[in-house]
Design a protein around this ligand. Structure first.
Ligand code: BGC
Length: 373
């Protein structure tokens, strides 16, 4: 009996502690009444997305908005044209117009400290969307994909495309040497180093054994990084590399994003490669242009990250917080933003090639077959 009472006491105190840390994070709206209904239609969720220059972010914005609207919320969705001050002022406006929560896919993960302090001062919870927000305690939750694994998948598909690995990931015994060049994403995007580390850890043993060679010698992240993920910057870098390496024929290019892959392929074709002797080029996001390129036999692979799932998770996190509940997470150790480890929900990604695009992208309803023609 005593034991039972003690347990009830602990549960009650625990419950209060929980309510104390998460119960009133509903922005201007105040704490939901215990057991009471939450009027989602009176709540606005600010959604800050980086750019409309890439299809994936348009799909992300649409998915998050549609899911939140189905839950009854009003949504203020803004795109910042990859311009940091624009993103900061969009978030400021969301806060001053009374947003109850924020979902933010940052352009530069380190530039939001002040504006997120303003959000915290008004008890507005913040969800980092796909890209971690660094250097602040004022980011409550994070949802993304397993970004290290994305890099592993990019490198694995490069090795498979070259014939170094078979379809089961086993070494075929091919010794090359294969000439490859390496590209990385934007250095201000926390994901870029995760992709790079996953890819390099996978490729390094083959570089060490001489199966892979990098003819330009540019093997550091800083040399490979493409600021703001701009396709034209990747195209220029590829053109420069072709000049440096002269007649050396390339067998593969590690590219971390479809937009870069398109720039890279365009430099390669203007540099003399024809559709049937293009190197194996990887990618990420399964954007329509790149899936078409894969079907045309130009780009070799991409990584499919189902933005529908990410949108749902971000909306579920907000909805839980608005109801005074704890969002579900599945990783509480990987994403340290320099101030704290941000509790995260990670989704899984998949390698796409011409062999499996139909099942992954069309049968799943992500694209209509006609969109890819
Ligand atoms: C995303 C990738 C995307 C890249 C460029 C990264 O933060 O995780 O999916 O390819 O940004 O937009």
């Amino acid at each position: 009996m005593k034991k039972h009472l003690l347990l009830v006491g602990i549960v009650a105190v625990g419950g209060l502690a929980l309510a104390g840390c998460s119960g009133d994070r509903t922005g201007g709206g105040g704490a939901p009444e215990e057991g009471g209904e939450v009027d989602t239609s009176s709540m606005t969720i600010g959604v800050a997305m980086p750019t409309q220059q890439s299809e994936r972010w348009i799909a992300d914005g649409d998915n998050v908005k549609a899911t939140l609207e189905e839950m009854g919320y009003q949504v203020d969705l803004q795109y910042a044209n990859d311009d940091i001050p624009t993103q900061v002022s969009q978030i400021e406006n969301m806060i001053s117009s009374g947003a109850n929560a924020l979902i933010v896919a940052s352009i530069d993960g380190t530039t939001l400290t002040d504006v997120l302090q303003t959000a915290a001062d008004q008890d507005i919870p913040v969800i980092a969307y796909d890209r971690l927000i660094n250097g602040t305690e004022n980011v409550d939750y994070y949802t993304t994909f397993d970004n290290y694994q994305v890099g592993v998948q990019q490198a694995t598909s490069l090795l498979t495309g070259l014939g170094v690995l078979d379809e089961n990931g086993e070494e075929t015994g091919e010794t090359g040497p294969y000439n490859v060049e390496l590209f990385a994403g934007s250095p201000d995007d926390n994901n870029a180093t995760f992709f790079w580390n996953g890819a390099i850890d996978t490729l390094q043993p083959f570089m060490d054994s001489g199966v892979l060679e990098v003819p330009s010698g540019q093997t550091d992240f800083d040399q490979a990084a493409i600021l703001r993920w701009l396709p034209e910057t990747a195209q220029e870098r590829m053109e420069n590399i072709l000049t440096i390496i002269g007649d050396t024929k390339l067998d593969g290019v590690l590219s971390p994003y479809d937009g870069l892959s398109i720039g890279i392929i365009s430099a390669l074709t203007s540099g003399g490669y024809s559709a049937d002797d293009l190197p194996v080029v990887t990618g990420q996001d399964a954007e329509v242009g790149s899936v078409k390129s894969i079907l045309a036999g130009e780009q070799y692979s991409t990584i499919f990250k189902d933005t529908r799932l990410l949108g749902e998770t971000a909306a579920d996190m907000v909805d839980a917080l608005m109801h005074g509940e704890e969002p579900e997470v599945n990783d509480e150790e990987t994403y340290d933003n320099g101030v704290k480890v941000v509790p995260s929900y990670l989704h899984e990604s998949t390698i796409v090639t011409a062999d499996n695009y139909e099942e992954l992208l069309v049968d799943s309803g992500y694209y209509e077959a006609d969109e890819l023609k």
